[in-house]
Design a protein around this ligand. Structure first.
Ligand code: PGA
Ligand code: ZN
Length: 436
């Protein structure tokens, strides 16, 4: 494959902010008139301190002008054929620890556009290409669980909720059915909130989940649990607490109350039990590996006790531990994940390609997670899981859908089942289901 041209432009994301879209073209030699790979990158709002540097898009365009000739020369010399070679070339061009010279956003847009181009040149589907790049032999691919963020709080909405994401997660395996359940629940929730708070007081947060004048986090949880119970939906509740956002002077401030990490853990254990919560992301601030580990260990204990007594856990949940998901703690970064693995600070890692900056590095982190043991609820050895995630500022790019399928992720977070930039991801998985 001969790369004939590379371009970069500025587009707007779902918040109306500038972001980058890259395009790589290959010399088609008359075989295929449309050998192009295009990819755009999202942006977070509650970003982790250890994420790759984001270069202001206008400056990224300037940088791109400088490096474009070097990239084209490298391609022409035949030194770059594979994804790894291209990504490593970009990493060496940047030459910094956290991609502060070229920007993780510029590098990632090029890396993902290259993946799309290679996919086309090999006549594959993107998820197949990603799976091959991941390099785990005989991995059987399924579909991820959609994790619908239906109530938005924290940095993503103007309301009193400290917790950032209140999610519902279908327990059914069929992705199409899971999506229908999510959509139906979303409408029921809208109806309920409009009746309770008045239509004029309901807004959408950044990820298309509802924002309303809830009294506190527990009221939001209560509403979800009641609706699930009332209509008997096969749904479990998940949370992304994003706790760094309400951590101040060594304490967490929730609903006007000050919690130490230990007290907050006990509070979470009560919530997990009371609302049969299946997953909890970033329960503590982004440097506190030990409290993550303590909650992970104690939530196994909680499940075991409940299973023994056979209370509040139904049959299908008996052997399922709570997923303690690390996002700002690990920032899709291999060193951070190593620490989390050593300290047993969770059992699932959130995967956001733009936290690290290339596809190759993203897949290396996934591999490390899959090879690393944690414990499950019955005390057996089990390995870390991966959950693929969008960002709160999204584009129409659906790359993460293929990523989630290609790495056989436990779940995918792409927001509420509403708004085109969120639905693009869920719809792409539906399309993939039709191809399998
Ligand atoms: P962000 O939030 O994209 O604003 O960083 C998403 C998350 O915390 O998972
Ligand atoms: Zn998060």
């Amino acid at each position: 494959m001969k790369i004939s041209d590379i371009n970069l432009k500025i587009i707007l994301d779902s918040r109306g902010k500038e972001t980058l879209e890259a395009e790589l073209r290959a010399d088609s030699r008359g075989l295929n008139a449309d050998l192009r790979g295009i990819a755009s990158v999202p942006a977070g709002k509650s970003t982790g301190a250890h994420e790759a540097f984001v270069l202001e898009p206008k400056l990224a365009l300037e940088k791109f002008k400088e490096i474009k000739p070097q990239i084209l020369v490298a391609f022409a010399s035949g030194r770059i054929e594979s994804q790894k070679e291209f990504d490593n070339f970009l990493i060496s061009l940047d030459g910094t620890e956290n991609k502060s010279s070229l920007g993780g956003n510029l590098i990632l847009s090029l890396s993902l556009a290259f993946a799309r181009l290679k996919t086309k040149s090999e006549g594959k589907e993107l998820f197949q290409y990603i799976n091959k790049e991941l390099g785990i032999n005989n991995q059987k691919l399924g579909t991820p669980k959609p994790i619908f963020n239906v109530i938005n709080g924290g940095a993503h909405a103007q309301n009193k909720l400290e917790f950032q994401e209140f999610q519902v997660i279908p327990t059914v395996d069929d992705f199409g059915i899971a999506l229908s359940i999510g959509k139906e629940f979303y409408r029921k929730l809208q109806e309920f909130l409009e009746n309770k708070f008045g239509k004029e007081n309901i807004f959408l947060g950044d990820e298309a989940g509802f924002s309303a004048p809830f009294r506190n986090n527990e009221e939001a949880l209560e509403i979800l649990a009641d609706l699930i119970e009332k209509y008997k939906y096969p749904l479990r509740i998940g949370l992304d607490v994003a706790a760094t956002q309400f951590f101040k002077d060594s304490f967490y401030i929730v609903d006007g109350k000050k919690y130490s990490a230990e007290e907050l853990k006990d509070y979470y254990l009560k919530l997990i039990d009371a609302y049969n919560i299946i997953s909890i992301e970033d329960p503590f601030q982004e440097e506190d590996f030990d409290s993550f580990a303590s909650l992970t260990a104690d939530s196994y204990g909680l499940r075991r006790i409940n299973t023994d007594k056979n209370i509040s856990i139904n049959q299908s949940n008996q052997h399922q531990s709570v997923l303690v998901i690390t996002d700002d703690l690990t920032t899709t970064n291999p060193e951070r994940l190593e620490t989390a693995i050593d300290k047993k600070s969770g059992n699932a890692i959130l995967i956001k390609p733009n936290q690290i900056g290339t596809l190759t590095e993203t897949l290396n982190v996934v591999k490390l997670a899959y090879e690393s043991p944690t414990q499950n609820c019955v005390g057996d050895e089990n390995n870390w899981q991966a959950v693929v995630s969008h960002r709160s500022g999204e584009t129409m790019d659906d790359f993460i859908a293929d990523l989630a399928v290609g790495i056989n992720a436990w779940g995918i977070k792409a927001g509420a089942p509403a708004k085109p930039e969120r639905l693009a991801k869920y719809n792409r998985i539906l399309e993939i289901c039709g191809k399998n």
